[in-house]
Design a protein around this ligand. Structure first.
Ligand code: GDP
Ligand code: IMO
Ligand code: MG
Length: 427
């Protein structure tokens, strides 16, 4: 096979998730042959708005609204019930889902006991504020070599034995630790064998499919879920998700080697949000934070929880740019900042009289830092109809130009509204 230079792009969150990745992926999917989810699972909520019509995708790549082939790769943890519901929902709204969707036979299945364990663990002290979709327990079993992979669903003897063993183990844990359970293994086997038949047409080994597409010069778009600050290695541990939610997750999550990843688009809001527990140095627990939440519609796309809101954290997003090898930035929700007298941008942290320009690894210390801000004058113009960078108010341009100098990455896309069309492209 003739190999050509890879045309790969990945879109990853440069904050704590919900940066607007869905919108940017949808925008770029117009010109992509293949769109690949490589990590996370139903914890993701990616919103795409087309002519005022809203679609929220959890497991299916945001490219499904275009002609792209959509792949749920091996690094994703799949809740079969949720996947089937999402397919039915999309079909019900006239979106074609058939041969254009492929699910990796190596992906791990989120089992009922994973969801129970997630909920039970979150009911006690030390909670993370998870989405309770069973993500952590499923990845934990994957690492412990106790997981159920999609391929296992089609080996009835192995599947039954594994589910029986795992259910027995989890029932004991749930009873001992939380007084919960018990689950019936044979009922799970029966139920999941039914789902297995329904998803069978979508299942394949996606590793050669994605690699061949890359090697043939097809335009392949990798869609990140969550954000770099929720990454299990580089985020604000333990207040993170259970996967590598940045570009580092692509090779392991798809089988595409790192040497073939070219363009890396980091997505960030023009301010910052976070859902769940954990430190958030630039959080605004005041009327400005409330205003950002209301104007920005900052309520979770998966759980409906109000998002915590604050100023842009330059330290966190510069770190994200480093670990992702970000080649360009997309800044979303600039329109939400209109009408503020002043806008702040976090340029550092103060801790015990010292200034830090990196996130401390110890999350307990991060919880104690005071942000250092650079303050900008705000603007009052409505940005929602702007389509050229030059037509943005001067103060908005100054803010963005500072942001790109601070992150040392060029801002090539600026989103000024939820709809697909509301975008400023800069070359
Ligand atoms: P994702 O998880 O990164 O895909 O982001 P979410 O979909 O969870 O959250 C982003 C929210 O902001 C969604 O409701 C989007 O429709 C909305 N959104 C995206 N870009 C813009 C924008 O530029 N302006 C406004 N006002 N809303 C936006
Ligand atoms: P998208 O893809 C924002 C957060 C949860 C919690 C932590 C762990 O829409 O950006 P988990 O259920 O993954 O074990 O929860 O991670 N979280 C997200 N926050 N956006 C997301 O996804 C998230 N997925 C998980 O709130 O703090
Ligand atoms: Mg989201």
């Amino acid at each position: 096979m003739k190999r050509t230079e890879p045309k790969t792009t990945c879109v990853v969150g440069a904050q704590w998730g919900d940066e607007g990745k869905g919108k940017i992926v949808d925008l770029m999917a117009k010109e992509a042959d293949v769109v690949v989810r490589f990590q996370g699972g139903g914890n993701a909520g990616h919103t795409v708005v087309v002519n005022g019509e809203k679609f929220v995708l959890h497991l299916i790549p945001s490219g499904i609204l275009h002609k792209s082939r959509c792949i749920i790769a091996n690094g994703v943890v799949v809740d079969l019930i949720q996947m089937l519901e999402e397919i039915d929902h999309l079909r019900g709204r006239g979106v074609a889902v058939g041969k254009n969707l492929i699910l990796s036979d190596r992906a791990h299945v989120v089992m009922p006991y994973h969801k129970f364990l997630d909920k039970l663990a979150e009911s006690g002290s030390g909670k993370i504020g998870t989405t309770q979709r069973g993500i952590g327990p499923c990845y934990a079993d994957k690492a412990a070599r106790k997981g159920v992979r999609v391929a296992d669903l089609y080996n009835p003897g192995f599947f039954r034995a594994r589910v029986r063993a795992m259910t027995e183990e989890k029932n004991a844990i749930m009873k001992a630790l939380y007084g919960g359970g018990p689950l019936d293994a044979d009922r799970i086997v029966e139920e999941y064998s039914g789902y297995a038949e329904r998803i069978r047409p979508f299942v394949a080994d996606t590793v050669p499919i994605v690699n061949e597409a890359v090697d043939r010069g097809k335009r392949v778009l990798f869609e990140g879920a969550q954000g770099s600050m929720l990454d299990i290695d580089f985020g604000t541990y333990p207040y993170v998700t259970s996967s590598n939610s940045d570009a580092c997750g692509i090779p392991a999550g798809t089988g595409v080697p790192p040497s073939k990843i070219r363009r890396v688009v980091g997505v960030a809001k023009a301010y910052c949000t976070r859902v769940g527990e954990g430190p958030f140095p630039t959080e605004l627990l005041n009327a400005t934070g409330d205003r950002l939440r209301e104007v920005g519609g900052e309520y979770g796309a998966t759980t409906g929880r109000p998002r915590r809101c604050g100023w842009f954290d330059g330290v966190a997003s510069r770190y994200a740019a480093m670990i992702n090898g970000t080649t360009e930035m997309a800044i979303t929700k600039l329109d939400v900042l209109s009408g503020l007298d002043e806008i702040r941008f976090g340029v550092g942290y103060r801790l015990d009289g010292k200034t830090l320009d990196l996130l401390p690894t110890d999350t307990n210390l991060l919880a104690k830092v005071e942000p250092v801000y650079r303050t900008f004058k705000g603007w009052s113009e409505d940005l929602s109809k702007v389509i050229r960078f030059a037509d943005l108010p001067g103060r908005a341009r100054i803010y963005l130009q500072f942001l790109e100098r601070f992150l040392k990455v060029k801002v090539t896309m600026i989103s000024v509204g939820a709809d697909r069309e509301k975008i400023i492209l800069r070359t």
